[in-house]
Design a protein around this ligand. Structure first.
Ligand code: ADP
Ligand code: MG
Length: 699
């Protein structure tokens, strides 16, 4: 019998294990590093390393790795054995404090955007003691993973963790400045995050027959199946047997890693599912989300399934995203976005709320940029995902309070009403004070903000770096003002009221999927950045450079390197997709269709020989339709090849990405059309790869 509490955290070098295995003084010193950010001494590191190694070896590990997150959006590891020799030449298991704290993996092939082209190009990994070390289990092989940050010799960030940690520090400092004004002195404050993850599961054998899925993670061809998601019968539907077993394995694997896997269900699209764990401190939540994605892919394989994390694996059905639920907590466990029973008199809450409203209205481009990646463009703005316009949903109660503040007549909060279900046997439920609005990219959901633009394949680090930094910056501005005040409570009300007046335009409680909103947003002057290529340049705008340098999160050089890396990645992925299409059309679609037309032509001739009257009309018209579509396919294929060549030759990073977006992507769309029509005309046995019907409904 499986009990969660028996397995939870069993592969983690967590506080409980440390308490058991470390001498008391060392344990407390390490805790001060973890919880209060104190510097780690060398002798402490040596003792911790040794205890960590003993623990890992007892569990069956032979190797350790510095586990880091380069700018590929994925994780990286290079394994070293715990092997060393005594003076006498005897083999021993060893992990020194130095090995724990620092590694020099070189790792020079990771994208660095020019940061490592100087004479000293070394890359170093350094231990992030605030995220616990864990044992990763792959096919019975256990490896001790030490979460690390990855930097260059002179300290430039080469990863996503370093700036994330910096942004958490910036937010902590700014938050505590503001809290002091209210007479609150927590030891530390943390942004906390709970990420919800959507994904698809498909049959591995079918996957292997599709080059597009193999090379790009999404289908580049495919006519709609007769059935899609129109009946909403998959959403929250009963989970199939194989998927149930898969999800159970996922839970167990994650629980062992100390990840609080909590919720699982079927999503809207056929073959689509969702996972959520309980929120935790942001850098840990980020590490955990990376591990989740890896675990989904690994466990799927065990079941002859493939997990697709792509944002839009199938046209015409919903894509996948990640909901980044974010709030700020104190080390005493208090949530600063908790409105309490009387939010109108909870001025501290109102200050933090208005800081976020101001930050989002001031830096919408940065939030958009943080969720910008080639694959997410196919999802954002579709009728299933938030539009590319950033707005905030607050719900009725907060709207009401803000209106009162603006009008200077703050009197009462709209209190929670009873929800009458109309069914006598059901208990009367207390209605949430905020309603749900699924169409908003940035929604206040009771006591947290839910940022819904992030793509399913992305790391959540980027979104949180931006959220933390822009909020920190506004909180610092608030503190600058309020610290000077002679009448604090008056100044607070004025500040909140002025902030709401200035930034009201970003608040929108209506339907974010509607066309009217696009028009309305334009009137309000809110940016609508529809493509990654337009979003990335905002990273190096003056506004961005200023806010990130004020908060010490990114230097200008670091931003420039990331700008290059992200744009290059865009072009590279577009290039791979276009080449995959060319390959599939030339090698698979055209030859298969020709095969079918030959059969048709032969059949027409035979029928004509046998029958004396004309009975080949249908076959001839089919043959003619198909032949015309082959012509069109071939024509659009040539167009794609020539635009692809133009894009490949372009040297400017931004110009290149624009060529891919404006020309190559259009030609890819044009090529897909005749091919998808052909799929519906050509006999099933002749079509070269599995169809949408097979992929979405055959598990
Ligand atoms: P919903 O139905 O609104 O999407 P849930 O209540 O299931 O949300 O929570 C979704 C995610 O939000 C979970 O990961 C949960 O742990 C996380 N969450 C809940 N409260 C907070 C909070 N205060 N801060 C950050 N995340 C939170
Ligand atoms: Mg949600």
């Amino acid at each position: 019998m499986l009990k969660i509490t028996d397995v939870f955290g069993s592969n983690v070098f967590n506080e409980k294990v440390m308490r058991e295995r470390l001498p008391k003084d060392i344990f407390y010193k390490l805790q001060r590093t973890v919880k209060e950010g104190e510097k780690l001494e060398k002798d402490v590191a040596n003792v911790v390393a040794n205890a960590m190694k003993d623990w890992a070896v007892e569990k069956g590990a032979t190797h350790f790795t510095h586990w880091f997150q380069p700018m590929t959006g994925k994780t990286a590891e290079k394994h070293d054995a715990f092997l060393n020799f005594t003076k006498e030449g005897d083999a021993i298991e060893d992990l020194s404090g130095k090995n724990l704290i620092m590694g020099e993996p070189d790792a020079s092939s990771f994208p660095n955007g020019g940061l490592r082209s100087t004479f000293e190009a070394r890359g170093y990994t350094t231990w992030d003691a605030t995220s616990p070390a864990f044992l990763k289990e792959t096919d019975g092989v256990l490896t001790l993973c030490i979460p690390t940050a990855f930097c260059s010799y002179i300290g430039d960030a080469l990863d996503t963790k370093t700036p994330l940690l910096r942004s958490m520090e910036a937010l902590d400092l700014a938050t505590r400045r503001v809290l002091r004004l209210f007479g609150h002195y927590p030891k530390r404050t943390y942004p906390v995050v709970g990420a919800e993850q959507e994904y698809f599961l498909i049959d591995k054998r079918l996957y292997q027959d599709r080059k597009d899925l193999i090379y790009t993670g999404r289908t580049l061809f495919g006519a709609q199946a007769p059935k899609g998601q129109e009946l909403d019968d998959h959403y929250f539907g009963s989970i199939k047997q194989k998927i149930t077993s898969f999800m159970k394995d996922i839970d167990i694997e994650l629980w062992k890693l100390g990840i609080s896997a909590k919720t699982k269900h079927n999503e809207v699209a056929p073959a689509q599912h969702e996972f959520a764990s309980i929120f935790t401190i942001t850098n840990i939540a980020t590490d955990q989300n990376q591990l989740l994605m890896e675990t989904l892919e690994k466990v799927a394989n065990r079941y002859d399934l493939v997990c697709l994390l792509h944002e839009k694996p199938f046209a015409e059905v919903n894509g996948s995203g990640k909901h980044n639920n974010w709030s700020i907590a104190t080390s005493e466990g208090f949530n600063l976005f908790e409105p309490g029973d009387n939010p109108h008199s909870n001025t501290q809450f109102l200050v933090f709320l208005s800081a976020v409203i101001k930050a989002v209205d001031q830096y919408p481009e940065l939030l958009r940029m943080s969720s910008s990646v080639y694959s997410n463009d196919f999802r954002l703005g579709g009728h299933e995902a938030p539009p590319a316009i950033i707005s905030i949903f607050l719900g009725e109660q907060l709207e009401d309070i803000l209106r009162q503040i603006e009008q200077g007549e703050l009197s009462h909060s709209k209190t929670a009403e009873r929800l009458d279900t109309g069914v006598i046997t059901l208990p009367l439920l207390k209605k949430d004070v905020t309603d749900r609005n699924r169409t908003s990219p940035f929604a206040f959901t009771g006591n947290k903000f839910e940022f819904r633009m992030v793509g399913s394949s992305q790391t959540i680090a980027d979104a949180n770096i931006v959220l933390n930094s822009i909020t920190a910056d506004v909180l610092n501005q608030f503190a600058d003002t309020l610290e000077q005040s002679e009448n604090l409570s008056q100044s607070i009300i004025e500040l909140v009221s002025q902030t709401i007046k200035d930034h009201r335009r970003v608040i929108f409680n209506g339907d974010g999927y509607s066309d009217e909103w696009v028009e309305e947003a334009e009137k309000r002057g809110l940016p609508n950045i529809t493509s990654t290529v337009d979003a990335i340049p905002h990273m190096i705008s003056k506004k961005s450079i200023d806010v990130f340098s004020r908060t010490n999160v990114f230097s200008e050089e670091e931003l420039r390197s990331r700008y290059e890396i992200k744009l290059e990645a865009y072009s590279k992925v577009a290039n791979i997709e276009a080449r995959t299409m060319v390959h599939m059309v030339r090698k698979e679609i055209i030859p298969s269709v020709i095969n079918y037309t030959r059969t048709l032509a032969e059949s027409i001739l035979k029928v004509e020989q046998v029958l004396e009257y004309d009975a080949t009309h249908t076959q001839k018209s089919l043959l003619s339709d198909i032949s015309l579509l082959i012509e069109e396919t071939h024509h659009t294929l040539n167009q794609l090849e020539s635009s692809l060549e133009r894009a490949q030759k372009e040297n400017g990073i931004l110009e290149k990405a624009k060529l891919y977006r404006n020309e190559v992507l259009n030609d890819m769309k044009r090529l897909r059309e005749p091919s998808d029509k052909l799929e519906l005309l050509v006999g099933k046995d002749y079509w070269p790869f599995p169809t949408y019907g097979d992929l979405l409904f055959r598990i």
